[in-house]
Design a protein. Structure first.
Ligand code: 5GP
Ligand code: MG
Length: 181
């Protein structure tokens, strides 16, 4: 794999799609073990656009009855979080009394997930879980945020690919790339 350029920045190969697949196998097994035999139909909530690939790959591995919804939020401009979370697309399913598994691309400060959990619980969700492809544990600001399912921990650098963008480019890369300093 070679370095790539998106807009003004250069990124180098970081995590291959094969490695991501193995991580997703492991995290899906954990989720299946926890939800196996459940008599509710949990709602899997894809947080667009970043988690579109992770959601697709995760869903294929989940083996309990579930429903899928998607939501669009944003808190990032360029390579830095703005700290402000916006919901730019709504939910269609009723959340009342339901368990919701949020599927996120990456958790950094945790503000996005904290705000989303609060919103979902405000709409009646009985319990919310976070399943994230990537987690930057050293960057977490919301110290009491429970990140239930993490496919892979990474360091503090900015990454793109596998759904993640740099100003909207790079989402279609099947591997993950890291900012080359
Ligand atoms: P948080 O609210 O946890 O700080 O940020 C979460 C959101 O910021 C993620 O859903 C993702 O959209 C974006 N984000 C955080 N770190 C990165 C990164 O390294 N690369 C990209 N492309 N987006 C990131
Ligand atoms: Mg996101």
């Amino acid at each position: 794999m070679e370095k790539i350029t998106l807009h003004d920045k250069v990124f180098r190969p970081y995590i291959t799609n094969q490695e991501l697949s193995a991580d997703i196998d492991a995290v899906a097994a954990r989720i299946n073990a926890d939800f196996e035999g459940c008599d509710d139909v949990p709602l899997v909530l894809c947080v667009l656009n970043g988690s579109i690939m992770f959601t697709a790959d995760l869903l294929k591995r989940l083996n309990f009855p579930l429903e899928l919804n998607s939501i669009k939020m944003s808190s990032y401009v360029g390579t830095e979080s703005t700290g402000e979370v916006k919901v730019t697309m709504g939910l269609t399913a009723s959340l009342v009394g339901r368990r919701v598994i949020i599927v996120e691309d990456i958790v950094e400060s945790g503000y996005t997930m904290e705000a989303l959990k609060k919103m979902l619980e405000g709409k009646g969700a009985s319990k919310t879980y976070i399943a994230t492809m990537l987690f930057k544990p050293e960057m977490l600001k919301v110290k009491d945020l429970k990140v239930d399912y993490v496919a892979r921990n990474i360091a503090n650098d900015f990454v793109v690919g596998y759904g993640l963008d740099y100003n909207e480019l790079g989402r279609n890369l099947k591997d993950i790339y890291i900012l080359d300093k």
